[in-house]
Every structure is written in C-alpha cells, then in structure tokens.
Design a binder for this molecule. Structure first.
Ligand SMILES: Cc1ncc(COP(=O)(O)O)c(C=O)c1O
Length: 350
C-alpha cells in the first residue's frame, strides 16, 4: 500500500489539469525573453504580489540565492533568523557563493524582534562587514509553519528603512500565511523590497519558484540567475502549471491547515508526545518525543513500518506536513500509526 507521506508539501504531484497545460503550453526561448507562457506567469505573479516584475527560477534555493546576490555585494553582512531555511538548509550558499556574512538572530516562533535585528547590525567602520540586507521567512519552516504577521513584517521593515537596509522575504509558503489569516497576500508583500514564493509546495506544481520585486531589481536578479546556470530555454513547460497554481490552488491550502490542526489535536492527546499548539498555524505540525526516551530518527523509521512517512528535524523533534492528496482519513490513519509506534516502543522499554 502507498505510504501516507507527511514528510513535506514538496511531494505533491501535478494535477491532471496541470499536465494538460504542460502538454499544450505555447513555448519559446526564455533566455531571449520569448517564452509566452513564462512571460504570462511572471506578469501574473508580479500583479498578485503588487510588485513591478517577477522572474521564474527552478527552485526556492535558487530564488533565495539569486535574491541575496542581487541585494548585496561581496563582503556585506545580512541579518537572518537563526533557524531560517537560508541559514540551515541551503549549503551555506549565502557565504559560499554570495560571499555574504550571515548575522543570525534567534526569533520567537520564527519571528525576529525588531530590537534584536537592530542589535545585530554591524556598526559602520573600517573593521566591519557592512550590513545591507535583512531576510525574513514566511511561513517559517523550522518553527513549524508559523506566520510573520503583516504588522510584525511592518515593524521589521521600519528598522530596515531606518538603517537603509533592504528587506527580503523568503515567502516559500507565503500563500499559506495569507490563507490562514484570511488576508490578501499584499498585506505582507507591501512591506518588503523583494520576495520569493514557491510553486512546488502546497500549490502542487512539479517545479519552480518565483522571485518578485521592482523592475530594476529583477533585471539584476536575471543576471544572478544566469550566472548560477538558471537561465532556462522552453521554460513554459514549468510555467504552465504555475499559471494554474495561481488561478486555482491557493484557496485549497485551507484544507491542509484544517488537516494539520486535526493531526495536532490528535497527537497532543498521546502520552509521551508534546505539541506546542501555538505553532500550529498553517500546514505543519512539529512534535517532541523527548519523554519517550527514543531518538526521533528511530521513531520515524518505526512510523515508516506502519505506512507513515515523517521527518526528524532534531534528536527529539518530528515534523509532519499536510498537502494536497492528504485527506481526513489519512490523518486518522497517521494518528493510529503514531499510537501503534508508541505502544511498540513502550513494550520494548518495559
Ligand atoms: C522556507 C523555505 N525556503 C526555501 C526552500 C527551498 O525550496 P527548494 O526546495 O525548492 O529549493 C524551502 C524548501 O522546503 C523552504 O521551506
């Protein structure tokens, strides 16, 4: 039987309509700016985000790196959240490729306090790597899909403006934040200079992320994408499902949020499992199994034996992510499998 895959929303497969759109997409050479489907998607994305221009890239990781490159110079420093995706999961590209010194600031549920950002800035001086950029992540992955609210984003943008820093948002799951708070996505985007969002996560596309900003910024970003080898030719095959995602896949994120809540409410009732319900805001659930006295990687392996895939994100913490294809019945099965795993482990230790 097919396992219930709760490792990530990146495992979603394209819809039939997306596959049809790929088959019929009008194509051209996007490095020449001549792919009509890419051009249409980029225009739609810019308009949706309330910005001047947008650019398709193959992945969220490239979108982040392109954005760091186009917002900084070699030898600058950038403030980012200490558990952010850029700092943890992107091979240190910010340093290794962009030659930028990261200044990590620990946030609360993924949200940096503006005063902590201010404190982290390097003072101006001969000995200092000039701070030019602040990066926020929304929703915040390692914090459990938590939201940086529009007012929190605005408060951070005030600090950035006061210090003449650029503000960038890794908005891989920004539509999850907008849907959860029932606000237009521009409530977030209007406070940042540039952002990216992913098509390939809850929106169910097979590939792709989009960098958004001013016309001038996107011109710079196009050069950064090219040097990284991200200039794509008939990229309309990627853009076609992206258009469907923007038209039809945003509202359904609500279902993922409902299922994540159901999952969290079931998990919290189990002995040995801790869930901080405050962090269950969108499509992720992180739970702690410290009191079970078993390592998270072993727990995850046992869960796999019961047909449920999850991810261990530290020695004691496990993450489950809901997405298209995960229904209420799957959540019920996942909860039963978790209970069974706990029972088995208990038997072993007693
Ligand atoms: C917050 C965040 N940013 C960036 C990325 C990178 O996206 P990709 O896997 O497409 O490179 C991810 C992927 O999970 C993410 O969660």
């Amino acid at each position: 039987m097919k396992p219930i895959d709760l490792r990530s929303d990146t495992v979603t497969l394209p819809t039939e309509e997306m596959l049809e759109a790929i088959r019929h997409a009008e194509l051209g050479d996007d490095v020449y700016g001549e792919d009509p489907t890419v051009n249409k998607l980029e225009e739609m994305a810019a308009e949706k985000m309330g910005k001047e221009a947008a650019m398709l890239v193959p992945s969220g990781t490239m979108a982040n790196l392109v954005s760091v490159l186009s917002n900084t110079k070699r030898g600058d420093s950038a403030v980012l959240e200490a558990n952010s995706h850029i700092y943890w999961y992107e091979l240190g590209g910010i340093s290794a490729i962009a030659s930028v010194l990261p200044l990590p600031v620990r946030g609360t549920m993924g949200v940096m306090d503006p005063s902590d950002i201010e404190a982290a800035l390097r003072p101006k001086g001969l000995h200092m790597a000039k701070t030019t950029l602040v990066c926020i992540e929304n929703t915040h992955n390692r914090a459990g899909g938590t939201i940086v609210t529009p007012s929190q984003t605005e408060a951070i943008s005030k600090v950035a403006k006061e210090h003449r820093l650029r503000l960038y948002m890794d908005g891989a799951r920004i539509f999850n934040a907008a849907v959860a708070l029932k606000v237009d996505v521009q409530q977030f985007t209007r406070h940042v200079d540039n952002l990216m969002f992913c098509l390939s996560k809850g929106l169910s596309c097979p590939v792709g992320s989009i960098v958004v900003g001013t016309e001038e910024h996107i011109q710079k970003a196009r050069r950064a994408r090219k040097i990284l080898g991200g200039g794509m030719r008939q990229a309309g095959v990627i853009a076609a499902p992206g258009i469907i995602a923007l038209e039809k896949m945003i509202d359904r994120l609500e279902d993922d949020h409902r299922n994540a809540r159901l999952l969290a409410e079931g998990l919290i009732k189990m002995e040995g499992i801790k869930v901080d319900m405050k962090t269950v805001q969108t499509n992720m659930v992180i739970f702690d199994i410290d009191s079970l006295g078993v390592r998270a990687d072993i727990f995850v392996k046992k869960m796999k034996g019961h047909g449920v895939l999850a991810g261990n994100i530290s020695k004691t913490r496990i993450r489950m992510v809901t997405h298209r294809g995960i229904e209420k019945e799957d959540i019920e099965k996942a909860l039963a499998a978790t209970e069974e795993t706990i029972r088995e482990l208990r038997k072993k230790t007693h």
